[in-house]
Every structure is written in C-alpha cells, then in structure tokens.
Design a protein around this ligand. Structure first.
Ligand SMILES: [Zn+2]
Length: 474
C-alpha cells in the first residue's frame, strides 16, 4: 500500500483544561494549540481530507483518553497521519518537528519547509528517544500511537519575543503551511483559503495605508498589525498581507441589540435612538434599508458622560411636554432631574436632560420572550467580502463549513466577492454584543444558558470577553 494513500488525518490540540502547557509572555500554550487545531481541522475538511480532532474545547484529557481518541479515529493504520500541535519553551527560536522512530523524515521535512515559506524561522526535524529505553520514542503521543505517522509540530517558542510577535500576527499562516504540506504529501489538490495566501497587495505609487485599508474594507490598524508595521510609511512595490479575519466590531462604548418590531423602519429607529441612518446601516453592514421583523440591529448608545452632562436651553415656544418628547423622556423625569415643582419654563432656562439618547431598552425578560416566541426561522443572507473564507464565515456564525456548503450547494471552497451566501437560521441562538461588566457567567445566567455551551459555540478558549465582541448564546 502506498504510504501516502489517503486514510485520514488526526489533529491533536496539545495540552488543555487543567494543563496549560508552556506559559509565558502572558500566553498559554494550550490556547494557541486549540486555535491552531480548530483552524487545521476546518481546513482539512475544506480540502476534502478525512479528519478527526481530539478535542474542540479547552478540555482536560488524560493520556489514555487522548490516545484512545487518536487511535479510534481511523483505526491502527500506517496511512493515518497524526499532527499534535504545540508551542515550545525554554531557550530557542523558531519551529521544529518531532517524528517517530518508526517513520522516515519525509513528512517532517515537507512540513518544516512549508512553515519556512510562510516566514517562520526553522530549527530542525528530529527523533527523540526515551532515555530509559532508547528503542522507544520519548513523547507518549508518538510512542503510544504506533503505527500512525505521528508528528509533533512546535510552531515557535512561547518565551521568545520574536516568536511571540510572529505567532501573534502569522501563527495561523504557519498552521496553513502544515495544511499545505499534508495536502502535498497526501497528493490532494491544495486550495489556499480565500484571501489568505493569495491576498498580498503590492503597494502602488500614490497609495497610503488608509487608501489600501479602505479598498479592502479593513482598518489601518488591522493592516498594520497583519504586517507588523510600526509606522504608517509604506514604499512602492512593498508587499502587504491583507488580513482575512473579519474584524470583530471593536466598538468603544456601549451598544444595544434592538429587535425590529412590526411597523419599524430605519428612519423610525434612527429618530428614536438619535443615531443617523447611515451609521446604523454601516454598523450593521446592511445591504438594504428594508428591515424584517425580529431582525436584530446593533445600536450605539451615547457615551455615559454626555448622558449626565447634557443640558438644554429653553427656546421660545417650548413646553416641558415638547422637550420631553424631543428627548424621549417623560415630563416627570424632566421635572425630577431639574427639581421643578411647576410646569412653567422661561426662555433661556437651562434644563438637565436625564438619560439623553438612552433608548428605552427592552427589558431583559421581554428580549427572552421575543426570542422564544420567534416561530419563523429567518435565514441570514451574507454578502462575501474581500478576505472572507468559508471557514471565517462559518466561524463567525457558529456553524460548520459543511453546513455552510450544503446550505448553499457549494461544491468548492472558492468564494467570489459579492456572492450571496445563505446562513442557516440562528433561531436557537441569540446574537449578543458584549457590554462593559459582562462575564460569561452573568450572560449564561441572564439567558438561562451555560458557560460551557457558550464557549463551545463561540470557540472560546478563555473566559475573557471584550466589549463589543459578538457572542452567539445558545
Ligand atoms: Zn506542548
């Protein structure tokens, strides 16, 4: 049997749960390993290579459990490849691969070569023997997985600042290098993820970072991060990597999710929340101004400072009722805020406007009810943008690449900019934008969900949330 004959690939996220692996530079090895493994897993599926992953969450695995999962994936077959993803520590820089005493170095050499092409410093590939029994492999994930072709990929050193910088910016690129090496080794046609490998841009005369960022629908900050730029200076013919990750709305201040009611229009919502229509359209990436009932819109609420300090100077013809109406507060709230005992106003009088612009946020129990009562699942139409891949879109909506492909009858992973994709109804999920003070625990409580489910659905490897982060709540 040809040793490259496709049987399958097992992807193993090293460490996890109680075992963080190496910890340094404010990073935990297990987080990178899981992220790398999930990425790799989706990519092998995209390429049509049978793949099994040992875990998809930050789970503690005993040695036995891990080996069981690996060995039960495709059985004991020498054509099965096992990739155990790791970061290194203590003294070194760059990537290395450990391979089994039972195997040749061919696969390891290809893997390191592809990682090198992605720009990572390369150390070497080697076998490591157990000191107490030199006929055996040192690492149990290699030793106990015979007869698989087992390799450990160490992408870099977590305690080396050069590696950490590169891993932060290009970590998944190195993982993609491994994917490519495996595809080549298995003689499977390799298709790069959209906008990942081929998405480099050559700087033209007259370009600026701002102009390029704008063209690709990303921020200057994303562009700088992706290319490790510390200044805004670029030069003609310079190659820039256009990042593919869809930036999560990194939104300053508080946002609320508004559920569209019967009779709503963008104009009505814009008036109610005192937010320009353009801003709502842009924030929600709306392609049409038509709203559908139960559609959820992200609405910025005004900064707290303005809330407290807003004052209004009474104009001729004003009445408390008129002013209250204009600022979406009640006459009583206005009177209380200004300690007014009568309804009489004088022109030029200063009034404190309480909770200006603070929309009447639907009460939490109302939100839940609306979602429970929502009977007609509504599919989302997503318009493919530059830098999207099936993987990134699927991940964004918490569905699998397979679901996305089957929903859209796609035979290949190629996407076209402007292509419309149907995203399966999220009827069972609530889209929630993280606000200041939220924790996974408080959200789980609020939505009667649980922390593990939320983490799994959103591929979270830590409990840390950032304001504006989008969460799907099961
Ligand atoms: Zn490790």
């Amino acid at each position: 049997m040809n040793e490259t004959e496709i049987i399958g690939v097992v992807v193993d996220a090293g460490h996890g749960g109680n075992d963080p692996g190496a910890v340094a530079s404010g990073l935990k090895e297990k987080d990178f390993n899981l992220k790398a493994s999930l990425y790799m897993y989706e990519r092998f599926k995209e390429l049509g290579i049978p793949v099994v992953i040992t875990k998809t969450t930050d789970e503690t695995l005993t040695r036995e459990e891990r080996i069981n999962r690996v060995m039960s994936a495709f059985g004991r077959n020498p054509n099965v490849i096992l990739i155990s993803n790791h970061l290194n520590a203590s003294g070194g820089e760059g990537a290395e691969v450990v391979y089994a005493l039972r195997n040749s170095s061919a696969l390891s050499a290809m893997v390191l070569d592809e990682i090198a092409k992605k720009g990572q410093v390369i150390r070497n590939y080697y076998q490591r023997r157990l000191p107490s029994n030199p006929s055996q492999d040192y690492h149990y994930i290699i030793r106990d997985t015979e007869p698989l072709q087992s390799i450990i990929v160490e992408y870099g050193f977590i305690d080396n600042q050069n590696d950490v910088g590169r891993l932060r910016n290009k970590g998944l690129d190195y993982v993609e290098g491994v994917v490519k090496a495996i595809a080549n080794y298995k003689q499977v046609p390799y298709i790069p993820p959209i906008g990942f490998e081929d998405n480099t841009y050559t700087v033209q005369s007259g370009d600026s970072l701002w102009k390029i960022a704008n063209e690709f629908g990303i921020t200057v900050e994303d562009l700088k991060t992706a290319n490790g730029l510390t200044t805004n200076t670029i030069s003609v013919n310079q190659q820039l990597l256009i990042p593919t990750t869809i930036p999560e709305p990194s939104l300053p201040g508080d946002y609320i999710v508004y559920t569209v009611q019967p009779g709503d229009s963008l104009w009505k919502i814009s008036t109610q929340y005192k937010i320009p229509i353009d801003e709502i359209v842009k924030l929600n990436q709306l392609d049409t101004t038509t709203l559908t009932i139960n559609q959820q819109l992200l609405i910025p609420s005004l900064p707290a400072k303005e809330v407290i300090e807003s004052t209004y100077i009474v104009q001729p013809g004003d009445s408390l009722w008129k002013i209250a109406n204009e600022f979406n507060v009640t006459v009583d709230q206005l009177k209380t805020a200004n300690s007014l005992s009568t309804n009489l106003l004088s022109v030029g009088q200063k009034l404190i406007i309480p909770n200006i612009g603070k929309p009447s946020i639907p009460k939490e129990d109302e939100i839940e009810e609306e979602i429970i009562e929502e009977e007609i699942p509504q599919n989302i139409i997503y318009i493919v943008k530059s830098g999207d891949s099936l993987y990134s879109i699927a991940k964004r909506y918490g569905i699998s690449v397979d679901e996305l492909k089957s929903m859209n009858n796609l035979d290949s992973s190629l996407l076209l900019i402007g292509q419309q994709l149907t995203i399966p109804s999220l009827e069972n999920y609530i889209t929630y934008y993280v606000k200041s003070g939220d924790t996974l625990y408080s959200l789980a409580n609020k939505f009667e969900s649980n922390v593990d489910k939320i983490k799994k659905l959103n591929n979270l490897t830590t409990n840390n949330l950032s304001i504006g982060q989008v969460l799907l709540i099961p």
